[in-house]
Ligand binder design. Structure first.
Ligand code: KIV
Ligand code: ZN
Length: 521
């Protein structure tokens, strides 16, 4: 794929490992949009999904494959012929398709399908050969490689190489390894396994001990030339390696890590915000590179030093990751053109109809709030209803005070039909959620309800995050409004819409379960 020995391929799995994490469901259109952004920012390989998982996953991978301009498009398949055929059908129209097939090779993972070492070795040979007969570019992963016996790991990697895999990915599935061990493993594999010099070694780290970035970079120093990662480190449990962290680390410390990637780092902030919005997983304030505070210098001493020379406290410039100067404050007299320019500055590229919709919401906000800051606009972009939404809030009036009970009168549109109710509850939020439940009865259980103020002042917008669970399916929802109760109800409805979508993704009338790549076949 590349001749430069110091070029590190960036393999993004936001749409597969990221999206399959509980609660991070994205709609079809959101997946296409994220894939386009990844392609434009220079990601080398996009793992677009797990095609056998559901009809929706298959459609998303196929469409991403058809649309991608320069990125290679990869689909995931377990070690069986049916998965691999389905994966090939989804990626085959890409300019550059790849099949990624895997099996858990550690003693614990071998026990799940109950295969002996020899039986598993045969399965690996047969499935990689089958994938290679369909597709020129095959990646193979021994899942839980970091807990697989050394001799067996060498043996199965050799089998996969001989069967035609050109990329060997070494997953630290449970986030168990540490930097020195990660480096040693890659170095020894490259030195030991026959044929290792003919393939690319990849590193795929999970962040359970907070070492995913360090482990990935250590693997690169030892010879890996592909990093598997996600935007914002999205992923199950503590997530995957964060794309923005490894890319910026190699850029800022190129003196000690002389590796190159093809990533346009100025696109990092906009895709980070978009992924946070569509996945429903907000970025923690002090997250490296993309956190709200990553470039904020609030203490007096720091500010003084920054004014004298930004390098005193900054190792990279905000512009390098696509953060612009945040001086222009918008107000109710700002026009459409100014809003468009500001949003473009913040990394939101809107079509005319999208701008019209945001402009209406911006005017409503500016009427209620004197000054609209960048963070308000970012929050505004995270709101909004999707065309596919089943439930839409039409109106809400809440009565609350010290001499309860609190009461919410609500009109909700359910599949286009308006329904109204008055419900009571323990506080205005509880009363409003009870009203939603009365209008759209459901069995989803609220797991998390979180409120944050976007800016300072009593007229600040509140962003609300909600997470709910229904029959093992989890979804998150977000919204923002100067009225905390309205933001809460919209976040709750947004979350319900995502749960409904997840249910419907499996097909009309189907009670089939979405297949997870953890389901051993
Ligand atoms: O973490 C993991 O092992 C995976 C594999 C499917 C590569 O995501
Ligand atoms: Zn993983």
């Amino acid at each position: 794929m590349t001749q430069d020995p110091n070029h590190v391929l960036i393999f993004d799995t936001t749409l597969r490992d990221g999206e399959q994490s509980p609660g991070a469901t994205m709609t079809h259109d959101e997946k296409l949009e994220i894939a386009e952004m990844l392609d434009e920012m220079g990601v080398d390989i996009i793992e677009a999904g797990f095609p056998i998982a559901s009809a929706g996953d298959f459609r998303a991978v196929s469409e991403i494959a058809e649309r991608a301009q320069s990125a290679m498009i990869c689909g995931l398949a377990r070690a069986n012929l049916k998965d691999i055929d389905r994966c090939w059908d989804a990626v085959k129209h890409a300019k550059a398709p790849r099949i990624h097939t895997f099996i858990g090779t550690s003693p614990l993972h071998r026990a799940i399908p109950n295969l002996t070492q020899d039986e598993m070795a045969d399965r690996i040979h047969d499935t990689v050969t089958h994938a290679r007969n369909l597709c020129e570019n095959v990646q193979w992963s021994p899942m839980d490689a970091t807990r697989t016996e050394w001799d067996y790991l060498c043996r199965v990697i050799e089998i996969a190489i001989n069967a035609g895999a050109s990329t060997i990915n070494i997953p630290d599935t449970v986030g168990y390894t540490a930097p020195r061990e990660s480096a040693d493993l890659i170095r020894r594999l490259i030195e030991t396994v026959p044929g290792a010099d003919k393939v690319t070694f990849a590193t795929h780290c999970h962040n359970d001990l907070g070492m995913a970035t360090a482990n990935s970079l250590a693997a690169v120093e030892a010879g890996a030339r592909q990093i598997e990662c996600t935007i914002n480190g999205l992923g199950e449990r503590a997530g995957n390696t964060a794309l923005e962290e490894v890319v910026m680390a190699m850029k800022v410390r190129n003196d000690i890590m002389p590796f190159q990637t093809g990533i346009d780092t100025t696109k990092i902030m906009s895709i980070s915000r978009r992924v946070a919005t569509v996945s429903g997983f907000p970025v923690q304030f002090n997250k490296a590179i993309v956190g709200k505070n990553a470039f904020a210098h609030e203490s007096g001493i720091h500010q003084d030093g920054m004014l004298k020379n930004p390098e005193n406290f900054e190792i990279m410039r905000p512009e390098d990751v696509g953060l612009s100067e945040t001086s222009l404050v918008m107000g109710k007299h700002s026009g459409r053109a100014a809003l468009r320019a500001k949003l473009e500055d913040l990394g939101f590229d809107l079509a005319d109809n999208q701008l019209n919709d945001v402009f209406v919401r911006f005017k409503e906000l500016a009427d209620r709030k004197k000054e609209v800051y960048d963070d308000d606009l970012i929050a505004l972009m995270q709101v909004g209803e999707g065309a596919e939404d089943k439930l839409k809030l039409v109106s809400l009036r809440v009565v609350c005070g010290t001499d309860g009970p609190q009461e919410a009168t609500m009109t909700l549109s359910v599949d286009g039909e308006e329904k109204s109710v008055t419900a009571t509850g323990d506080g205005p939020v509880d009363a409003s959620f009870n009203a939603v439940k009365a209008l759209y009865p459901h069995g989803a259980r609220l797991q998390l309800y979180q409120v944050h103020a976007v800016t300072e002042g009593t007229d600040a917008q509140a962003t609300v995050s909600v997470r709910m669970e229904e029959e093992g399916r989890i979804a998150t929802g977000q919204s923002a409004d100067t009225d905390t109760v309205v933001a809460s109800v919209r976040a709750y409805i947004n979350c319900l819409n995502r749960l409904i979508l997840r249910r419907e993704k499996l097909g009309p009338g189907s009670d089939a379960k979405e297949i997870s790549y953890r389901d051993v076949s």
